[in-house]
Design a protein around this ligand. Structure first.
Ligand code: PLP
Length: 385
């Protein structure tokens, strides 16, 4: 039966023993075989589990749900978003390979690509939007293209179809970090992206109480990523997977509420004279609005504002009474963070400038509180600067 996203996120595997509404937590590192010859069928039987680093029914249930939500054949759950990013990139890029990556990325992913990948012999080309749309010219030998849209922290958007077209021209694999958008607002597989990554710590988890990541793809690429996950060892665990399963059941309603609150806050900040700039693709005045409208069904719960200076931004964050001054995003609590002190602190000034991050940039992850309370909180914090 063809089902919609809310249904897919709620209903996964069924508990055949007791018909529990929640799929059981198989809290075991190992699973016994009934006879030694069961090992002969390991590769063909996807439901024979022997060791949780390879697979576990509770984890598999979540992988299947996420794959459905992103319209892929399969997926691999990881211990964190960074484990999903690094393992996926290292699955498809080895010593001697070139890869093309966006110059606007989550700062820690950027640091891995800037500092670690070259140590492994990978030639990393950091490219701006127009260069990513012309890979034949700017990175013709790239084997893989890695990008985010909307990106962390300024929610700038890349045209997914344009990146896919450019990558296909040079035969490169496309890998997107879809964390900011969520599978509710954006489905890159429908636009031809090969691998979709999430930090499930964010919207998919949604409650600031778990760490996880996921890579979702067709059967062939999923098998390759799964093999590398088992070798590098960044697996998830059944307790975390059960929390994710719980969270997925409300993903659609949460994301829709986040979308609405972010739009209201973006409109509010746009009218505030102390705010120099508001970054939100849902604003019709945003330079990203047309691209986002073409590929997103909702504009997301993330926005960023720019104040005059880091000192103003610090004062603003320190005055907040409802929102928390905390890194991370995608949670029920509204979280604000200063990228120059958190997610993008290890980047040089030049790299931050290229990524559009100014000292006064404040990233806002809208929560699910009453929007009027958030506006009152932000108003009194603005009044203090
Ligand atoms: C867009 C994006 N991708 C990936 C990550 C990394 O995820 P994790 O913290 O789960 O490793 C983050 C973390 O903030 C992020 O914002």
């Amino acid at each position: 039966m063809k089902t919609g996203k809310a249904t897919q996120a709620i209903h996964g595997r069924r508990d055949k023993s007791y018909r529990s509404a929640n799929y059981p937590i198989y809290n075991s590192a190992t699973f016994a075989v009934s006879k030694s010859s069961d090992y002969d069928h390991l590769d063909s039987d996807k439901d024979t589990h022997i060791y949780t680093r390879y697979s576990n029914p509770t984890i598999r249930n979540v992988e299947e749900k996420l794959a459905k939500l992103e319209s892929t054949d399969g997926g691999v759950l990881f211990a964190s978003g960074m484990a999903a990013i690094t393992t996926t990139i290292l699955t498809f890029a080895q010593n001697g390979d070139a890869i093309a990556v966006s110059s606007r990325l989550y700062g820690v992913a950027q640091r891995f690509l800037r500092d670690m990948a070259p140590q492994l012999g990978i030639d990393v080309h950091f490219l701006d939007a127009d260069e990513l749309y012309d890979l034949k010219e700017y990175a013709p030998t790239a084997k893989l293209v890695y990008f985010e849209t909307p990106n962390n922290p300024t929610c700038a958007c890349l045209s997914i179809s344009e990146v896919v077209r450019a990558a296909q021209e040079i035969g490169a694999l496309t890998v997107i970090d879809n964390t900011f958008a969520t599978p509710i607002n954006q489905n890159p597989a429908a636009l031809g992206v090969d691998v979709i990554i999430h930090s499930a710590t964010k919207y998919i988890g949604g409650h600031s109480d778990l760490m996880a990541g996921a890579a979702l793809s067709d059967a062939r690429h999923t098998a390759q990523i799964h093999e590398m996950m088992a070798l590098w060892g960044g697996c998830s665990n059944p307790a975390e997977a059960a929390l994710i399963d719980r969270s997925l059941k409300t993903l659609k309603v949460r994301v829709e509420a986040h979308n609405q609150t972010a739009q209201t806050l973006a409109d509010f900040f746009s009218a505030e004279p102390k705010v120099r700039r508001v970054h939100y693709p849902g604003l019709s005045s945003s330079s990203d609005h047309a691209v986002a409208s073409a590929q997103m069904s909702g504009y997301g719960g993330m926005l960023a504002i720019e104040l005059e200076s880091l000192s103003e931004a610090k004062t603003f964050c320190d005055k907040l009474q409802v929102a928390l001054n905390a890194t991370s995003l995608g949670s029920v609590e509204t979280l604000v963070s200063l990228p120059v002190l958190t997610s993008h602190r290890s980047l040089s000034e030049e790299e931050r400038e290229r990524a559009g991050v100014t000292p006064g940039t404040i990233r806002i992850s809208t929560g699910l509180e009453e929007v009027d309370d958030l506006i009152a909180d932000f108003k009194q914090a603005l009044a203090a600067i």
